[in-house]
Write a protein that binds this ligand. Structure first.
Ligand code: NAD
Length: 517
């Protein structure tokens, strides 16, 4: 079928340096502030319900401010959500692809109209500054627009070779009911992308957002209604991991699990999903996008100012709470001291403060992450040189100073484990070969980068730097949907490549029909 939609283009960003734009966004923050503290129900089969149990979501920058309370689901809600998803699948799964694709384009339009409102909620719920918040909403819109178009490419019969006397067709059909488990860091974008990808293919889902950011999920459900999605296609279960996690993964009706999160949780889900439950009768498919220990290499030919700018953006943007964040800076000895000094000067200039004031570096997501990150810092102090930071900031929220360690042992915890906070490990390499070897010496393989002017080195990293997303002479964060399909290798996951041309195909199975005439 010919693509009925206008050509795909990524959503533009606002220029918050312009005072009028900034004032406009601050007015939006005020109007969302008036809605903080509300209660947000579960949504099952299109019906809102509360349970008497609540999950509180607080502003990371002002820990006393309640962003909202989300209903905490229990076993009955899980049962009802699966039943609703199964019922909805009967009709949703048999619709023409274009019907569902249009629903995604409509959802994108709804989100676009509410872009700043959604971004303002993200400022409060996740501590994102203006640009980070808006970029997350833009990415959610991009996922809808891009997947709508990708789905259309899978609508027709796939190509097979002709054979005399027969007709052979190869067509795709959805899997059934799936469970979607996103993280809190790209609270709207990843939640939307991992939901609408399977949904456009005809599947129905039970969505279990992170208990750290449940309110944005309530807004998402409102927008699905506004866009006209039928009841039961997406069912929202907010609540505690201890109640929901294993129960959803283990359920005999779960055909697939679309997970993004840490390697620890991912491994648990992977293992449990492999067990065939009584009455199951199929193997569960699992798509696991997990963590990173992402490195940027800087060699002696690099533009050191450009490299330092990129390092700062990739390490400290959204407080380093990105799977793609630069957590290792591997610098060739010859330029090590010069580059580190440039990075230090820039990092000292970063303004730490409230996301609402559009600070460069705001608070980390919650008390648990705060303690975890400070634990990494404390354990590193005896073994590495603390160049700057290393402390908690104002106790109004979960602040941590931008922190840089130098002389980091490449085998140490700080150089091997994902910290997921504003902490950089600088590792000194003898030369470029050594730097590349160090960069690859990790169980993760998500993002990586090189700053160099030498063509032969650039060509070498293209083939030898083992990461799913490699960036040359730019920052290693900020992938765009459809432009830089995203996902890693090894313990970074199953390489679903979100925002890539093969993504929707994951949630479909192929059927071959042969008729002899
Ligand atoms: P997490 O593993 O703590 O949680 C991820 C999701 O799993 C959440 O919804 C959580 O509630 C849920 N969960 C927790 N325990 C569960 C259980 N037993 N069963 C089922 N679900 C369970 O991760 P997080 O802190 O939310 O997110 C940060 C992590 O996500 C980092 O490791 C980061 O690198 C990774 N991440 C990866 C990508 C990627 O594309 N590769 C993107 C963003 C984040």
């Amino acid at each position: 079928m010919i693509d009925p939609f206008e050509p795909y283009a990524t959503e533009p960003y606002s220029n918050f340096a312009d005072p009028r734009t900034r004032d406009g966004f601050q007015a939006e923050l005020e109007s969302v502030r008036a809605r903080l503290g509300q209660e947000w129900p579960l949504v099952i089969d299109g019906q809102r319900r509360t349970t008497g149990q609540w999950l509180a979501s607080h502003d990371p920058c002002k820990r006393d401010v309640l962003v909202g309370r989300a209903a905490a689901a229990g076993p009955n809600d899980i049962e009802d959500a699966f039943q609703a998803a199964q019922r909805a699948f009967e009709s949703w799964g048999s619709l023409p692809m274009v019907h569902r694709a249009r629903a995604l384009v409509k959802l994108a339009a709804v989100m676009r109209r509410r872009k700043w409102e959604l971004a303002a909620w993200e400022v409060f719920e996740a501590g994102k500054n203006y640009l980070e918040a808006e970029a997350d909403v833009a990415e959610a819109i991009d996922f809808c627009e891009y997947y709508a178009r990708q789905a259309m490419d899978l609508d027709d019969r796939l190509e097979t070779y002709p054979y005399p006397g027969e007709e052979n067709t190869l067509t795709l059909q959805p899997l059934g009911v799936g469970v979607v488990i996103p993280p809190w860091n790209f609270l709207l974008a990843i939640m939307v992308g991992t939901t609408v990808g399977p949904v456009v293919a005809g599947n129905t889902v039970v969505l279990k957002p992170s208990p750290k950011t449940p309110i944005i999920a309530g807004l998402f459900m409102d927008m699905l209604d506004e866009a006209g999605f039928p009841p039961g296609v997406v069912n929202l279960l907010t609540g505690e991991d201890a109640v929901l996690g294993d129960a959803l993964v283990d359920d005999a009706r779960t055909r697939f699990i679309n997970f993004t999160g840490s390697v620890g949780t991912g491994m648990r889900i992977y293992e449990r999903a492999s067990k065939v439950q009584p009455g199951q009768g199929f193997l569960k498919k699992v798509f696991m996008e997990m963590g990173g220990k992402d490195a940027m290499i800087v060699d002696e030919t690099a533009d050191l100012d450009a490299a330092a700018d990129a390092a700062i953006a990739a390490a400290f943007g959204f407080q380093g709470q990105k799977c793609s964040a630069m957590s290792r800076l591997i610098v060739v000895d010859e330029v090590h001291d010069a580059l580190v000094e440039k990075v230090r000067v820039r990092a000292e200039r970063l303004q730490v403060g409230d996301a609402e004031q559009n600070a460069d570096v705001a608070a980390v997501i919650d008390e648990v992450q705060h303690a975890k990150i400070l634990g990494f810092i404390d354990r590193a102090k005896p073994h590495a040189t603390l160049l700057m930071g290393g402390n908690a900031g104002s106790d109004a929220g979960w602040f941590i100073e931008p922190t840089i360690f130098t002389d980091v042992d490449p085998d140490s915890e700080l150089a091997q484990e994902e910290v997921f906070g504003p902490v950089v490990a600088v590792v000194r390499a003898r030369d470029f070969d050594h730097a590349l070897q160090l960069a690859n010496d990790t169980k993760y393989a998500l993002t990586g980068g090189l700053f160099s002017r030498l063509r032969d080195r650039i060509e070498r990293v293209r083939s030898e730097f083992r990461v799913g997303n490699l960036y040359i002479n730019r920052k290693i964060t900020g992938s765009l949907v459809g432009v830089q399909p995203f996902g890693g290798f090894d313990m970074s996951g199953t390489n679903a490549k979100a925002g890539g041309p093969d993504y929707i195909r994951l949630f479909l199975e192929a059927k071959t029909v042969t008729e002899r005439f």
